[in-house]
Design a protein around this ligand. Sequence first.
Ligand code: 13P
Length: 286
Amino acid sequence: MAKELNALKEYLVDARERKYALGGFCFWNYAYGMSIAEVAQRLKLPMLYIIGDAEVKFFGGERNAVAAARTVAENVDVPVILHADHFRDFESIKRAIDAGFRSVMIDASSYPFEENVARTAEVVEYAHKAGVSVEGELGRIAGSEQKMSVDEAEAMQTDPDEAALFVEQTGVDILALSIGTVHGEYRFPPRINIPRLQKISEKVSIPLVMHGGSGTPEEKVAEAVKYGITKLNLATDLVKIVGKATAAVQQQEGFGYSVANLYAQAYKDLAEYAEHKMRLLAGSIL
Ligand code: 13P
């Protein structure tokens, strides 16, 4: 019988208590996911995948993504979590939960505070009845495609008092913050706002999340973990690793258009990267 996926909350609550974090690794196919899960298994850490709308489409729908993650779960003996990343509305979240997701993010951060609260609370009510963990987002995380100045980016950061109110009014389990990281590549040198994180962590006791892990300075990540960050989302780096390795191998003599040759190095590089990040984030408990 297929193994069920795990909900996320209890793992991140433990992480906040014991001051470590898990990497949230973007999931887009079984074989690649398995190469990272083998590392989690070796380090005895839960395997946490994040998957956005685009990757769900790539799988051909939520049910296929869940089936792939369940197959990973059958092949390792650590918990496997598949977390819906940046889902924007109730309907898509309902579809994900009905398909077997046990962890979801509702990103209503582009709406005014009250509407973000209302949309997030609606998801929390539905998800909690099904034992599903919910991540909400307050403050807006910039994307590399957005051409904004450092000041403009800072203006979108999470406000500590609002964060406390948001958690109280929505009942979310996990909170994603905007503290200076960006999704994708940085267009200006990263300025991660640790003092702001510190203030938020004094007012909010639930697990906190840092998005935009690719390219974020590792010493800042390590510091952030001390102040309540329990999950670091990673996507762009993974695509880069696969892109680079598969391009390089095609230039080698004897490549021979074999699938094994095409991906072998990429999977090795992904596993190495995953181990490095897992040790950075959870080194204190390993
Ligand atoms: P990066 O693509 O910068 O690693 O960010 C990933 C992310 O935060 C997904 O939610």
